[in-house]
Design a protein around this ligand. Structure first.
Ligand code: HEM
Length: 424
């Protein structure tokens, strides 16, 4: 057995060929062996241990495939750093930038982008066009562009997709493939894409965007405090981590609200009473708006994928089980956020469930990741979503779902992040 009940006093030595766990599905238990050295866990006690601050369950090698091969823990962006200890040093550099107070300083600049996004959406709606994926992606990439480069990429202003957004859109699914099928990586690196470039060139261009960011935003002194190559990695990181996640959260939220007339009416009623130019505090204090956002993050987490972690070299006792060193552990937001023991009718889009959330409901929400490696951009994302959603439903209260938008077209394609099957 790979796992033992807690009265086992000895932590077993790593077993090179551990047998499969005899618990096949979550219906029968929250621990499922999904491969010889891999276990999926949907148990909140275990989750607390694995992902607590200071945990030595480091990220799994899957994350290495997110960075070009010449990068290591010291030089890659924080997302790709495997060791939690190394990551916590790096995270300290960014934590201040992600605090609410600092993010609030960006609010006036971001409001201009939200206004522009709404102008574009309104013009589209008047022409009978519905392409929320497009405009929410342009908005999210202008926001991350502003953060990484000091000014937006002008996707919204020009109304056309920039080369950078094209690269992100094309590279995101392939990032998933590279990660799931690492043996394909050398082949994929040199496979021509639809536009004639190779995937490897796309990754090189991300790094290039990062270099531009370094020179656009930092003075010489600051550049010396953090090595250039690290800032480059981080700038590219922010662009990728903050664009699709926010855009898809907005897309699925819009879809869920438009699909549900009662929810839409309540939301429109609340946001239409807001001040003409509401600010973050007012938006945070709009209960139904916040419930809708929480529910959208619950049902359509921007990153529903497994967060892979490795059991430390000494092995570990996780709740009732002793797990051998080196085992890869998968915990998925999706499993916890749809737990029927915690959420009544978990697959129904029901913002009212957040009127009086239980402590368990709050703890089971992990759309922004887990404590040790929680999303560094969650305040930015919240600000973006609050403004974009309140503006959309205040200024376009009559918007309805386009007949071509169906459950089938919106089926979530999960490739670490998500996108709708029909891509619109
Ligand atoms: C709704 C939008 C967003 C969602 C749902 C989201 C979700 C997540 C999740 C689940 C993780 C943890 C991944 C893991 O452990 O493997 C994460 C990490 C991260 N996110 Fe976000 N994110 C969002 C927006 C943003 C934005 C706007 C930024 C930056 C501007 C950002 C920057 C990062 C970074 C740098 C990390 C890596 C942290 C680390 O590894 O220590 N995210 N995000």
């Amino acid at each position: 057995m790979a796992f033992h009940r807690p009265n086992t006093t000895q932590v077993p030595n790593p077993d090179p060929h551990p047998p499969k766990l005899n618990i096949p599905t979550y219906q029968e238990g929250p621990y499922v062996s999904i491969a010889p050295h891999e276990v999926a866990i949907a148990d909140i006690q275990a989750y607390r241990i694995i992902h607590r601050i200071g945990s030595n369950f480091n990220k799994g090698p899957w994350y290495t495939s997110q960075a070009p091969s010449q990068y290591n823990d010291e030089t890659c962006g924080v997302f790709g750093i495997l060791s939690n200890k190394t990551a916590s040093r790096r995270r300290r550099l960014f934590q201040a930038a992600g605090t609410k107070n600092i993010v609030a300083e960006w609010e006036p600049q971001f409001i201009k982008l939200f206004d522009l996004a709404l102008q574009r959406i309104k013009a589209d709606l008047q022409d009978g066009q519905y392409n929320f994926v497009k405009w929410w992606t342009f908005l999210a990439s202008d926001v991350t562009g502003g953060l990484a480069f000091g000014e937006p990429f002008s996707n919204l202003k020009n109304g056309v997709i920039s080369a950078m957004v094209q690269d992100i859109e094309a590279a995101m699914p392939i990032i998933g493939v590279r990660a799931e099928l690492p043996w394909l990586k050398p082949v994929l690196n040199y496979t021509p894409t639809w536009c004639g470039n190779t995937w490897s060139a796309r990754f090189d261009r991300f790094v290039g965007y990062g270099w531009d960011a370094v020179h656009a935003t930092l003075d010489d002194e600051e550049e010396q405090a953090v090595p250039d190559n690290v800032i480059v990695s981080e700038a590219a990181n922010v662009i990728v981590a903050g664009t699709n996640t926010a855009a898809m959260t907005l897309t699925y939220l819009t879809y869920a609200v438009l699909k549900n007339e009662t929810v839409k009416k309540k939301l429109v009623a609340e946001v239409s009473k807001l001040l003409t130019d509401p600010r973050w505090n007012e938006l945070e204090n709009s209960p139904y708006l916040n419930n809708v956002i929480q529910e959208a993050l619950k049902l359509h987490p921007g990153v529903p994928a497994s967060l892979l972690r490795i059991v430390p070299t000494s092995g570990s006792q996780v709740d009732k089980h002793v797990i051998p060193a080196g085992t890869q552990i998968c915990t998925r937001a999706w499993n916890f956020q749809c737990d029927p023991y915690v959420f009544e009718d978990p697959l129904r889009f029901n913002p009212d469930r957040w009127n009086n959330p239980t402590p368990a409901m709050k703890e089971h929400m992990m759309a922004f990741g887990a404590p040790a490696r929680m999303c560094l951009g969650h305040n930015i994302a919240r600000l973006e979503i609050l403004h974009a959603v309140s503006k959309l439903f205040r200024e376009c209260p009559q918007t309805a779902l386009h007949p071509s938008t169906t459950e089938a077209s919106m089926e979530m394609v999960d490739y670490f992040a998500i996108k709708p099957k029909a891509e619109r």
